[in-house]
Design a protein around this ligand. Structure first.
Ligand SMILES: [Zn+2]
Length: 359
């Protein structure tokens, strides 16, 4: 029947099929590339963000964070991530177009009482950028308590309350590192792939610091990353990956799978392990920390082909101004953070450790 119909009408079914398949691929691509809650045609298939290019520069993070901190006691509180999302929507994500005057203008309008909702009502992608960049940055600035230097010197533990950057550089205070933007560069070990992280070249044994508080989700040997640690943020959206840690003694003695770590804690030591099926082998040529950040908007993105890894070069540069001071216990040779620290997000857990859904 179908054959007869085809012969009679000479409809090129092959090309119809090709067109239909192409259309389906295009819809999916549009989904991945142009997800926006403001685009109704895509909402059915795009309930969560599928892709993020983190293009925010260190300069923009610094300027907006300063505005956020300075505004905390003012009449109109500014949210640095709102400001960044506004700029991203204005520039189409291209921060090479950033001008301080654009930031001044939006801040003036907000301070004059115009709400962000009003300022962004014609910006198609503001909501997308707010959610995408919020997933990276929202928990990095906030309230925290830190031991005062005076009490540290007296040997007591007294805290002062602060508002500001509560995330730390992955490299401890007093230790240097070199880096450049190497995200996406080719890697050949095992199979040809792209570098989905950021390498910080330093000396073996340099204390590695937890950037943000979270739960230790992965720990142990992996033939690519060597001795590595994966820490998930409490909201589940960020997975921090620290790899190639030191041979023989990679981890801090207190680090355990399933345990909570605080931003600024020592989690392990820089090394050059990995690229080997055999455990505890130095397969790297240059000692370095591989630092990666994965974003997870849906459990289906936790593992496999849907993983979203972002370029953290600018973020690491931004965090370089906030390093955690450490001290060595001469008996155990273990390093510890110097200043006691209270993160309200750890206190809010009330001892309950978040469990994350996996695919
Ligand atoms: Zn790397």
């Amino acid at each position: 029947m179908v054959m007869r119909f085809m012969l009679k009408r000479k409809i090129p079914w092959f090309w119809v099929a090709v067109v239909l398949i192409c259309a389906a691929i295009l819809v999916n691509l549009a989904c991945i590339l142009f997800y926006s809650p403001a685009v109704p045609a895509n909402t059915e298939n795009c309930k969560f963000i599928k892709w993020v290019d983190f293009t925010v520069t260190e300069e923009v993070m610094e300027q907006t964070m300063k505005l956020d901190i300075d505004s905390q006691k003012a009449g109109v509180k500014l949210d640095w991530v709102d400001l960044i999302a506004y700029l991203a929507a204005k520039y189409g994500g291209n921060f090479k177009r950033f001008k301080s005057s654009d930031l001044d203008t939006v801040v003036e309008k907000l301070q004059a009482g115009t709400p962000m909702l009003e300022l962004t009502k014609d910006m198609k992608y503001y909501d997308y950028y707010r959610e995408a960049y919020g997933a990276v940055l929202d928990n990095l600035v906030g309230n925290y308590k830190i031991q005062t230097t005076e009490s540290l010197e007296k040997g007591t533990v007294e805290y002062e309350e602060k508002y500001g950057l509560k995330a730390y550089s992955p490299i401890a205070y007093g230790y240097s590192f070199a880096h450049y933007d190497d995200f996406g560069n080719p890697r050949n070990y095992g199979f040809r792939r792209n570098h989905l992280g950021h390498d910080l070249m330093g000396s073996i044994g340099t204390p590695i610091i937890a950037v943000e508080s979270g739960v230790v989700e992965e720990m142990g040997w992996n033939r690519f990353g060597g001795w590595r640690v994966g820490i998930r943020s409490f909201d589940g959206k960020r997975f921090y990956y620290y790899a190639h840690m030191r041979k023989n003694r990679p981890y801090h003695a207190d680090l355990k799978k399933g345990a909570v770590v605080k931003a600024g804690d020592v989690i392990g030591y820089l090394g050059m392990t990995g690229y080997s099926n055999t455990e505890n082998v130095n397969g790297m040529n240059v000692p370095h920390l591989h630092f990666g950040m994965q974003l997870i908007f849906d459990p289906s993105q936790a593992e496999g082909a849907n993983e979203i890894w972002i370029d953290t070069y600018q973020l690491v540069s931004f965090l370089e101004h906030h390093k955690s001071p450490v001290e060595r216990n001469d008996d155990t040779k273990e390093y510890y953070r110097k200043y006691a620290f209270i993160d309200p997000s750890v206190e809010a857990l009330n001892g309950k450790i978040p469990q994350f859904a996996t695919p």
